[in-house]
Design a protein around this ligand. Structure first.
Ligand code: SF4
Length: 288
């Protein structure tokens, strides 16, 4: 979702964000009419890939699943091949849960769990809800990684099965948010407040992109939004992750024939990144 985190995939150690495929999750050859019916009930979902990662996407070792479909069009998106739900592969929730069951020992030994990412996990609330429920029934820690734009799609019942939300706040004002994502910021802020009211734990994520999101006023506004969520219920925002922009997505945009507007953008310096982290610290937030 945030798409700027560098990972170590335990099964195929490489430096990239997107998952390595659907290893072991056989895609389902389901007739079209039946497919839509199963997607409505959440028995079937559209998935890009999954991977096992450590120390990203939540605590411990995690099975991160990248669902297909996203309503945003972030200029720095690292997974532009997840934009369209139709481009994902159909996967049965039961197969996903069987795979989660296999890793229960790893999750329990590392205080890890599962993370539903994307794309946008809340594009497929029924499928996500089924996986989250099944994981909780196995005693597995659950996390969703979301922009919050579709927060209204998450029922309170579904959120009961979510232990941690990685909430991307991609910009601090409507104008910048629109430029970064082509969408509106307000639903994300409303979702953050609702999460706090529900007593959920939140890790805020912010991607620092020189020339796009690094304006001091924008950074201050993002920090203000995070602090406002924390103020609703102290202890909600456990941490803020400031993620420095990198160019690892450039080739993928080119392969897809899409225009990549950030081709000439340099990553922020470590000093600039640390200075932004200090803005969040000044709001009393714990920042990495
Ligand atoms: S919200 Fe969607 S467009 Fe934005 S970075 Fe995540 S997957 Fe890409």
């Amino acid at each position: 979702m945030t798409c700027q985190v560098e990972t170590t995939d335990l099964e195929a150690p490489t430096r990239r964000r997107a998952g390595a495929g659907l290893r072991g999750l056989s895609t389902s050859e389901v007739p079209r009419a039946e497919k839509f019916a199963l997607m409505r009930t959440g028995e079937l979902g559209s998935m890009h890939s999954w991977e096992l990662v450590t120390a990203v996407d939540g605590p411990g070792t995690r099975m991160t699943m990248f669902l297909s479909g996203c309503p945003l069009r972030c200029l720095y998106c690292h997974n532009p091949d997840t934009f369209a739900m139709k481009d994902g592969d159909p996967v049965l929730a039961d197969e996903v849960l069987a795979r989660i069951k296999r890793y229960r020992g790893v999750f329990s030994a590392t205080n890890g769990g599962i993370t539903l990412s994307g794309g946008e996990v809340l594009m497929q609330p029924a499928f996500a809800g089924r996986i989250l429920r099944g994981a909780k029934e196995m005693g597995v820690h659950t996390c969703i990684d979301t922009s919050g734009f579709l927060g209204a799609n998450a029922s309170d019942e579904m959120l009961d099965d979510v232990d941690l939300v990685l909430l991307d706040i991609k910009a601090g004002d409507e104008e910048t948010y629109q430029r970064v994502t082509s969408r509106s910021l307000a639903p994300t802020i409303a979702f953050g407040r609702r999460l706090a009211e529900l007593g959920k734990k939140v890790w805020v994520r912010f991607v620092l992109v020189p020339g796009l999101t690094d304006d001091p006023r924008n950074v201050e506004l993002v920090a203000g939004h995070a602090a406002a969520i924390e103020a609703v219920r102290p202890g909600t925002v456990e941490r803020v992750e400031v993620l420095p922009f990198h160019q690892m997505a450039r080739d993928k945009w080119a392969e897809l024939g899409r225009t990549y507007e950030l081709g000439d953008t340099e990553p922020p310096t470590p000093e600039a990144t640390e200075a932004v982290r200090n803005v969040f610290r000044a709001e009393g937030l714990t920042t990495f």
